[in-house]
Write a protein that binds this ligand. Structure first.
Ligand SMILES: C[S@@+](CC[C@H](N)C(=O)[O-])C[C@H]1O[C@@H](n2cnc3c(N)ncnc32)[C@H](O)[C@@H]1O
Length: 260
């Protein structure tokens, strides 16, 4: 059982949604919701992490403790489906030595748990909701034998998180809107300008990806063909990847960058 309550949000009827959003957006909405429910059912039934509380129930942010002025721009907790995480990791290069993986808005820590199975030097989950950060910490402490060197859950606002000076993979599953997303993009860009290195932004459900297109150092890269096909066909959400020149070189060397 979740230690925090999940409250349902009001639903539009099919007719209202089509009238309000148009057929194309209504179709995208129903495809997303259906695929999310399907993967949640698969996760509940088959994923061994059932021992961890990273359930697919939505947790609204008005029911949790947040000591930040940015509550209003934050998106409720909903975890990335496990299988989609496999495709995300497959689309990323093997991390160079010393790399840090950061999940901005880690919720109960599912992405942190999955990154802990990859050869990162450090994995960090940043979460501003106290109850969710505590659950994430508990989930991490239950991990029997992580591959990653160290794992931390940092309770605090993503906008204020100090970017490590190592190669970085920054993961976001649509955690917040403007202005927080712009502050995160600007801070990653400043960090890269100070110390040019491989920084990759893997942004799932990238509703505000223009924030990364607008800052120095980052450009969008195409996903490797296999990951692109799986995500396009079977993921509820799109994945956008932005990378610095050093990260693009790394991806090209490891053939994770699709050639035109
Ligand atoms: C859609 S959930 C993603 C959860 C997790 N990353 C995953 O994919 O399984 C978004 C999370 O971001 C957190 N969040 C929203 N705004 C935040 C902020 N400004 N700083 C830190 N966490 C934030 C929410 O509390 C929520 O847990």
């Amino acid at each position: 059982m979740s230690a925090v309550s999940a409250r349902p949000t009001p639903r539009l009827t099919l007719a209202n949604r089509v009238q309000h959003d148009g057929i194309a957006r209504a179709w995208t909405h129903y495809r997303t919701v259906s695929l999310h429910h399907a993967w949640s059912a698969v996760d509940r039934r088959f994923h061994p992490s059932a021992r961890n509380d990273t359930t697919a129930e939505k947790v609204e942010l008005d029911g949790v403790t947040i000591a930040s002025p940015n509550r209003a721009t934050g998106v409720h907790y909903l975890p990335t489906p496990w299988r989609v995480l496999d495709w995300v990791h497959a689309a990323l290069p093997v991390p160079p030595p010393g790399s840090t993986f950061v999940d901005y808005g880690c919720g109960k820590g599912r992405v942190v748990l999955s990154a802990a199975e990859q050869p990162y030097h450090r994995v960090v989950g940043v979460e501003f909701a106290a109850e969710l950060a505590a659950l994430a910490r508990g989930n991490v402490s239950d991990l029997p034998s992580p591959v990653a060197g160290s794992i931390d859950i940092h309770e605090g606002d993503a906008a204020a998180f100090a970017i490590p000076g190592t190669p970085v993979v920054a993961f976001l599953f649509n955690p917040f809107g403007p202005p927080v997303i712009e502050r995160v993009a600007a801070s990653l860009s400043r960090s890269w300008r100070r110390s040019p290195r491989s920084i990759i932004v893997a942004y799932l459900n990238p509703l505000h990806e223009s924030a990364f297109a607008a800052v120095d150092g980052f450009s969008k890269v195409d996903l490797p063909l296999t990951s692109a096909a799986k995500i396009r066909l079977l993921s509820p959400y799109r994945l956008a990847i932005y990378a610095t020149p050093e990260a693009r070189a790394l991806m090209a060397a490891q053939k994770k960058l699709r050639r035109p």
